[in-house]
Write a protein that binds this ligand. Sequence first.
Ligand SMILES: Cc1cc2nc3c(=O)[nH]c(=O)nc-3n(C[C@H](O)[C@H](O)[C@H](O)COP(=O)(O)OP(=O)(O)OC[C@H]3O[C@@H](n4cnc5c(N)ncnc54)[C@H](O)[C@@H]3O)c2cc1C
Length: 294
Amino acid sequence: MVAVMKKVSDIFKEKEQTYSFELFPPKTDEGYQKLIATIGQLAGLKPDFISCTYGAGGGNRDKTLEIVERIEKEHQISGVAHLTCVLNTKDQIKDILTEIKNRGICNVLALRGDPPKDQPNWQPGPDNFKYSSELVAFIRQHFGDHFSIGVAGFPEGHILCPDRDQDAKFLKMKIDAGADYVITQLFFNNRDYFQYMDRLEDLGIKARVIPGIIPITDYHAIVKFCQSCGAGIPQKITAVFDPIQDDKDAVLKTGIECCTVQCRELLSRGAPGVHFYTLNKFHPTDVILPAIRR
Ligand SMILES: Cc1cc2nc3c(=O)[nH]c(=O)nc-3n(C[C@H](O)[C@H](O)[C@H](O)COP(=O)(O)OP(=O)(O)OC[C@H]3O[C@@H](n4cnc5c(N)ncnc54)[C@H](O)[C@@H]3O)c2cc1C
């Protein structure tokens, strides 16, 4: 009999605000061993749940479930397995979901994903899902209420759908298909999040929308990532970081300060928690979370 940890949707019934982390599967054995140690440290911060990506940026797909299972079994913390449509057929998706269920995992983040760098022209065919809303509907159709399902949200619109109103309507399709909650793409301007919340409210969306937050620890890497995913870097960030961009210590210190201010404002104005993109590191989440936790 496999022990089943709490569903994220049940954690919401107990807590108004949740604090959670995202990890990704490392590509090397050494990275994997390091991650296992980091998970032990992160567990000490008592997050409400920890999610692990699936194939993001061409990452190792095979390890996602193993990592989520270890988070649950070794630390008694709910784990969320990300799952993407790209490259997988519907039958393969069904098999993966069955494996997730058999491992005792009851939380998934249902995503479309992006074609990997080595197959940039991959297109979904009749055996694939085109959009994550189809994946959500499929999970509900075949697995009923076994899973609590999260989906991705884009406060600034998605890179392929910069029309924010239209993108919000696509989010509504994911919720209507059976998703329980939303985790957002990283953003640095809280006004984008609150305006997004207004748009979603106008559409009647009541699901929790948890801000996905990244502390700036490597400014060059953040700029590159934001360019690739379409997230904006507001002038108030460039003004602070451009002059110190090559000073690692100054970037880290300022990154912690900015992130702490950002999270405090989000939480005090009603955001239902914070999901940290940890990049598989303990620091600086170890400093920021205790400073903002309510
Ligand atoms: C919190 C979070 C976690 C992530 N984790 C991973 C991960 O683990 N692995 C990974 O590979 N990637 C991950 N990503 C990246 C994500 O897969 C990409 O951003 C992807 O391009 C969009 O995924 P989605 O699930 O939002 O797709 P969808 O909801 O399918 O949307 C994709 C695009 O199609 C548009 N669209 C949606 N529905 C329709 C429709 N019916 N008709 C026309 N257009 C439509 C949307 O506006 C958007 O432009 C994550 C992103 C976030 C925010």
